[in-house]
Write a protein that binds this ligand. Sequence first.
Ligand code: G3P
Ligand code: MG
Length: 238
Amino acid sequence: MPPVIGHRGACGHAPENTLASIRRAAALGAGWVEFDARLTRDCEVVLLHDETLERTTDGCGLVADKDWAELSTLDAGAWFGAAFRGARIPSLHQAIAVLAELGLGANVEIKAAPGRDSETGRITAARLRAEWPAALPVPLISSFSPAALTAARDAAPDIPRALLVSAIPGDWQRQLIDLGCNALHCDHEHLTRGRARPLLDAGFALRCYTVNRAARAATLYGWGVEALISDYPERLAR
Ligand code: G3P
Ligand code: MG
């Protein structure tokens, strides 16, 4: 695991969760990217953060109500800047092809629509297991959803998983053990050295999002945080 992971590709520089954003992360020197994966109505896995289309595409409504054939025609770049007009919502399949071309590792964050946690975890993990190129580092699955992580474990036990949280919960150890996760991903804003220590002492990896300042990164690395997810991966390069 490299110390810096591009967030949604390199979403400070290019429209999040697009192939252009993944390519930008690689161009900026990131060895890994994080992106968000969710299901369409017809069970395609696509890269999109929000449950709805309005913020980052020219479509509207719920992703979970649309089929891939329709989503694949939307513009997912113009909102960010005219230079990105024509960028599309990628499928996981398309993203994996670009990762393979660039030699990039990936943290696939599973985002589930209400009631679809297990289904999303199962299908995403199964696709990763079936399609992941042997030449790339083993991917990392993460999610705020324990049900999605459990289903991912059952579908692809060999793919490592991390539990995503905002702040480290009181019962972090029980949750990580129950879910078979070897790492926790938390919001750095809520992290203190004192909260990080017990988790690191217990042998779990700790990674943080979303860190965009080099000084904060140095502090977090100093505490033992293994990797930082950044909108501007080049700012944290060590
Ligand atoms: O995976 C880290 C981070 O992406 C989690 O929050 O909302 O940016 O997906 P969010
Ligand atoms: Mg994410």
